[in-house]
Design a protein around this ligand. Structure first.
Ligand SMILES: Nc1ncnc2c1ncn2[C@@H]1O[C@H](COP(=O)(O)OP(=O)(O)OP(=O)(O)O)[C@@H](O)[C@H]1O
Length: 227
């Protein structure tokens, strides 16, 4: 059971150097893999390729052995919950309640289940009481937590989190870390964590992949891969 990125090459412009060249990686269910590297080394690009927002010029991405090339964004999104680097970009409803319910409704869940899941995940992200709030009036950290709540509520097989702690205070980072451990342990969720937050990575990642060569500030561990 895994998500396999196989020899992908991607460039934004034909004549420019490739951001990723023949890049391969395997992300197993039940493990948290951190994707690290200096600014501009292609971490967010890799996330967008996995989600199908970008298409590689070469190579393929397989989910449980199946090439996702022809999958729609929605099909990928049901399997892989994605929290963008700037989560405000993925909020489009006019209330917090509608935002979290949107994906659950699209997945055909009963209204009662939607209410229960919304309550559970808003509470988990400490957003109870914000149900009628206009999401664009929330603080950065609250928006990030709303997107996390919406994505977690879908209980996807994989989570792809691009800088999920960037707007969170220490307490919320800890809560997110605990929550990721829970979804990994309880449901065997595979977690891909794009992050510069080394404390968070050290604590929660089982394995680390470095883009753009070695990162001397980090210290090596047995499972590190340098690409
Ligand atoms: N839409 C785009 N068009 C052209 N070039 C782009 C585009 N998006 C990103 N790039 C370039 O691709 C390279 C990789 O960008 P990317 O955002 O994937 O890096 P990153 O490792 O996530 O960086 P950071 O750590 O700063 O978030 C950078 O040189 C960036 O300028």
């Amino acid at each position: 059971m895994n998500l396999e990125v196989s020899k992908i090459t991607f460039r934004y412009q034909k004549k420019e150097p490739a951001v990723l060249e023949a890049f391969s990686a395997v992300f197993e269910k039940g493990e948290t893999v951190a994707v690290l590297g200096p600014n501009g080394t292609g971490k967010t690009t890799l996330g967008k390729l996995i989600m199908g927002i970008l298409q590689p010029q070469e190579g393929s991405i397989f989910l449980e052995g199946e090439d996702m090339k022809s999958w729609s964004l929605a099909e990928r999104g049901r399997k892989i919950g994605y929290v963008m680097q700037n989560p405000a970009r993925q909020i489009f409803s006019t209330t917090v309640r509608e935002e979290i319910a949107y994906g659950l409704e699209a997945a055909g869940m009963e209204q009662e289940t939607i209410r229960e899941k919304s309550r559970e995940y808003l509470e988990l992200m400490e957003l109870s009481g914000y149900e009628e709030a206009f999401p664009f009036h929330l603080s950065c950290g609250e928006k990030q937590r709303l997107v996390l709540a919406s994505v977690l509520a879908m209980e996807p097989d994989y989570l792809l989190l691009d800088e999920p702690t960037s707007s969170l205070d220490q307490k919320r980072r800890r809560q997110l870390g605990d929550c990721l451990e829970r979804v990994r342990n309880a449901r065997g969720c595979g977690i891909i964590l794009i992050s510069h937050d080394m404390e968070f990575v050290r604590k929660h990642a089982c394995r680390r992949i470095f883009l753009g060569g070695r990162n001397p500030g980090v210290g090596e561990s047995g499972g590190d891969e340098y690409v």
